[in-house]
Design a protein around this ligand. Structure first.
Ligand code: CP
Ligand code: NVA
Length: 306
């Protein structure tokens, strides 16, 4: 049975827990090593990952490339604009062709239906590297960053501020699977879709004010107010301003609350510099954890975990 990682529920709670444990173990085992050295067991030796980008990326691109290298494999990174995909070759045909060359495909695109189409026609595992609907790889790194703090996921309160976007959708899905609560404060017109809240299986809700969202929160999360592919709208920025994460808002969360942001960040918009660059922020650890989490996702796709 082919394993695609299009959303967190493709793996489910037990496999997610197993992937997080594996990621922690592997991260610890290679402490202090040069980044390009292959893990001692080289579990994906000989495997090639193709990456297709229809949107920009720094973290996803480099962390997946390094992830497959550390597992003993290698990567081919392609911008869709330089592929025939960018001039009309279908996703289905691209999926069939790439399946003959490589062992797994990661795709970052706009319409989530495209990753589903890729998975439908590929005969190798397909990984969602972000769509307009979700960003499951990011949330695996976020969960890893939280448990590295010694916090168990069940029962935690995660606060989300700002846009009801793709990253929030995956956090809500994670909440339902891993039994933590996510409370989002988003302005009118930029709330998460009802279907995204439903992914939280009763653990996700939207509240009226930023204060309600952060009250007693263990983790405070935000993201850019303008996602890739969205128009830069002054009206949206104005609506978002009351949802900015600043020191006064952080002070309403638990005293030991942590701040997460998937990056890239816009200091002075969704978060103030003192918060994102301050003592409660875990953003650099979170960004590094993309590498460690993705190694586990790759191993899960190949049936080595869960
Ligand atoms: N967080 C994240 O996905 O970053 P990139 O867009 O740089 O890949
Ligand atoms: N919500 C952002 C996440 C970027 C990693 C976007 O889709 O652009």
């Amino acid at each position: 049975m082919l394993r695609h990682f299009l959303n967190l529920s493709d793996a489910g709670p037990d496999a997610i827990a197993a992937m997080l444990a594996d990621a922690l173990d592997r991260k610890t085992a290679r402490t202090g090593w040069p980044k390009g050295r292959v893990d001692a067991d080289a579990p994906l030796a000989g495997h090639v990952l193709a990456m297709v980008f229809e949107k920009n990326s720094t973290r996803t691109r480099v962390s997946f490339d390094m992830a497959i290298r550390q597992l003993g494999g290698s990567a081919i990174v392609m911008d869709a604009g330089q592929m025939q995909l960018g001039r009309g070759e279908t996703v289905a045909d691209t999926a069939r062709v790439l399946s003959g060359y490589v062992d797994a495909i990661m795709i970052r695109t706009d319409d989530h239906a495209k990753v589903e189409e890729m998975a439908h026609h590929a005969t190798v595992p397909v990984i969602n590297g972000l769509t307009d609907a979700s960003h499951p790889c990011q949330i695996m790194a976020d969960l890893l960053t939280i448990i590295e703090q010694g916090k168990a996921l069940p029962g935690l309160k995660v606060a989300w501020l700002g846009d009801g976007n793709n990253v929030l959708a995956s956090i809500m899905e994670a909440a339902g699977l891993m039994q933590f609560d996510v409370v989002a404060a988003c302005p009118q017109g930029f709330m998460p879709a009802d279907g995204d809240v439903a992914l939280g299986r009763g653990r996700a809700r939207v509240v009226a004010t930023p204060g309600e969202a952060v009250a007693g929160a263990d983790v405070v999360v935000t993201d850019t107010w303008i996602s890739m592919g969205q128009a830069q709208a002054e009206t949206k920025l104005a609506a978002m301003m009351p949802y900015q994460v600043d020191a006064a808002l952080m002070a309403q969360a638990k005293p030991d609350a942590k701040f997460l942001h998937c990056l890239p960040a816009h200091r002075g918009e969704e978060v103030t510099a003192d918060v994102i660059d301050g003592a409660q922020s875990l953003i650099w650890q979170e960004a590094e954890n993309r590498l460690h989490a993705q190694k586990a996702i790759l191993r899960w796709c190949f049936g080595q975990i869960g």
